[in-house]
Design a protein around this ligand. Structure first.
Ligand code: HEM
Length: 403
């Protein structure tokens, strides 16, 4: 592929969504910091590992996006987006993150272990006598959404609402967005804000032992957290807290089915689960693309990135960079060290990484303890037509349950 082909490349093909890595490889071989002028999203496309790391570590790049088109005329929505820690100014971010981070330390997260184990066991019970399941909707999604719902303190039964809201919301921030998806997303964001306003009102009157009640206490204590910040944090945690975790759990199962020798290795030595999860994160990074904006002119390698220009960091590409990872396109569940960037790095490093790792570990461990001969029906497993996330639409599998 040459520069002209990259400029005219259509991201919008099934081939690309199934397997974007050959394209990333070619883009990196032209330049790991590539300036695109003709594509729909102008800016710098970064596909190299070291280059991605440099940007993430450099505080002159900020994550405040240009105002998304769908919220430009909607003050209510814009205020919430501007108060999400992922998109705020550095000072604002520091304060918000420090208020929330204490609820996601590895020790606190470990307190969720019994609930996660119980939920996983129930889900396996529901499918075990059938010998078949659709991994995303029967397993990964109910697990990840129940866990974040339980932590936040919203009714688990509402999870079909979360699914719709999240899907429309993430579509609106993707390269593939269209006027229609922007309209849907505005509606979904309005609904999700109204949903949290109602729950916050209830918890203000009758606090419980959940995260929303604890955040309300922070709000009441010397006004440490404003009302908009509180809603924005709930919305962010709900969306960030399940979409990517669903992707991780379902892709991990698909990867094991596609790589029977690695599956065998893990079945023979279940202790390998910890390095296996890191390798799944590297190999099929659930968040494939994040963005930054230069707050001044910045030179990275030889590229001069001008103030205000957008930088797109293809985490999925960085994690397959052969200059960093030996046999980068091979799944090796024993890979160690594995300094992947699937959870980002530095200032905005994923707040929920311990939780996501714990959920995935229990989900895969217990599934393999309970079933054997896992097979994908017709070898299927289709990825959603979206660039920012590696997200399986569905994955039908068959298996035999251990007696
Ligand atoms: C940030 C990935 C699960 C909450 C991030 C970022 C990435 C990421 C790449 C950085 C974004 C950036 O720098 O622009 C993932 C993956 C997950 C996962 C791959 C699962 C496999 C979770 C969970 C939660 C969560 C379970 C919530 C409990 C957050 C929050 C941020 C974040 C709040 C923003 C942090 C900040 O701005 O300081 N995540 N995430 N994530 N993640 Fe996750």
């Amino acid at each position: 592929m040459n520069t002209t082909n990259i400029e005219s490349f259509s991201f919008n093909t099934s081939e690309f969504f199934q397997n974007p890595y050959p394209f990333y490889e070619e883009m990196r071989s032209i330049n790991p910091i590539y300036k695109s002028t003709l594509l729909k999203y102008q800016g710098w496309y970064i596909t190299g590992y070291e280059e991605t790391l440099k940007v993430l570590k450099d505080s002159r790049f900020h994550s405040r996006p240009p105002i998304p088109a769908f919220s430009r005329n909607y003050e209510n929505i814009r205020r919430i987006q501007e108060n999400m820690m992922l998109f705020t100014t550095p000072q604002h971010h520091r304060r918000l993150r420090s208020l929330v981070t204490k609820f996601f330390t590895p020790n606190i997260v470990n307190e969720c272990r019994p609930f996660i184990e119980e939920t996983v066991d129930e889900l396996i019970d529901q499918v075990s006598c059938r010998g078949t399941m659709e991994v995303v909707s029967d397993y990964a999604f109910p697990l990840a959404s129940s866990v974040i719902a339980k932590i936040l303190g919203v009714p688990v039964k509402d999870y079909s609402l979360f699914k719709e809201w999240t899907a429309t919301f993430i579509q609106s921030i993707d390269f593939t967005r269209s006027p229609k998806t922007l309209g849907n997303s505005r509606k979904a964001t309005e609904e999700i804000i109204a949903y949290f306003k109602k729950i916050i009102r209830e918890r203000e009157q009758e606090p419980k032992e959940d995260l929303i009640s604890k955040l309300i206490q922070e709000k009441q204590r010397e006004e440490k957290l404003s009302y908009d910040e509180l809603i924005a944090t709930c919305v962010l945690l709900l969306i960030a807290g399940h979409e990517t975790t669903v992707n991780l759990i379902s892709s991990s199962i698909f990867l094991l089915i596609q790589n029977p020798r690695q599956l065998e290795k893990l079945q023979d030595d279940p202790e390998l689960i910890t390095t296996a999860i890191e390798e799944f994160l590297r190999f099929e990074s659930p968040a494939q693309l994040i963005a930054r904006t230069a707050s001044e002119d910045i030179i990275i390698n030889e590229a001069v990135i001008r103030k205000g220009e957008q930088v797109y960091l293809f985490l999925g590409a960085a994690n397959r960079d052969s200059r960093k990872f030996r046999n980068s396109h091979q799944l090796e569940i024993t890979r160690n060290p594995n300094p992947h960037l699937a959870f980002g790095h530095s200032r905005h490093f994923c707040l929920g990484s311990s939780l996501a790792r714990l959920e995935a570990k229990i989900a895969i461990e217990r599934l393999l303890q309970n079933v054997q001969n896992l097979q994908a029906v017709d070898g299927n497993g289709h990825y959603r037509k979206i660039i920012g996330f590696k997200s399986l639409v569905e994955l039908h599998v068959t298996f035999d349950s251990y007696p």
